[in-house]
Unconditional design. Sequence first.
Length: 263
Amino acid sequence: MLLSCKYSNFYRTMRRSILFSLYFFVIGFCTCLVMIALVRFWSDNERKEAKQSGKASFYKLGQCPDCKVISTRHWKVGRLKDKLDLHLESAKRMGITPFATNAEMEEELPKLLRRRKLKALEENADSYRLKNLTHSQPYLVPEAVELLEEIGVRFHDKLKELNLPPYYLMVSSVLRTDESQQGLGKRNINATQNESSHIYGTSFDISYKEFLPKHEKPAPEGFCRHDMMRHPLAEVLTEMSEEGRCLVIREVKQACFHITVLE
Ligand SMILES: [Zn+2]
Ligand SMILES: [Zn+2]
């Protein structure tokens, strides 16, 4: 009798503690779900607000929603390895007589701009921004400016197809002089082999490592610099070089596409 009473007590306590732990488990689980939902809701809202107000928002590497969309599509990209000789040939045909020194360029520039031999790149262009140009000046022959603008428009069209917002291309090098070219240490070893088409005003570099969102604030170290955007850009360049509009080399060291106008 005493034994059975003890057992039933034992069972009752057991059942109660099981019920309690089940109860706490369910409560804990539900709280977690609610918390996750709230955090998601808040971050979604923040993202929407940031997008609407043009406020800078940065994404940790691999977590950028725009880059994720790009990575889900197959992009048709060619080799983009046109020989340097071809770039130089086109540059000499379509370009200006190179400036020996930076001082000479400054002196000659107004005349060349007036005669429409050169054109300045826009500071507030729709599709590109100039990087900090240390060894070059933002001028090109008009045909090359047109080419850059068309690359920008077609790049934005590709993003639009995927319902993505426009990103600026980053132009990293434009017109150089013999002097600034030497500053880059490229003509010292072998002048003909290392001659650059940048001195003719027909070539420019677009970074494939960094694309700028519309808020124009570069992402800090460790955050997405939107390098997935290189795929739609490379597809545009492939199409345009197949159309005979330009020559392209993918420069691994400088992480840019070196582009020369062809017609
Ligand atoms: Zn990104
Ligand atoms: Zn270049």
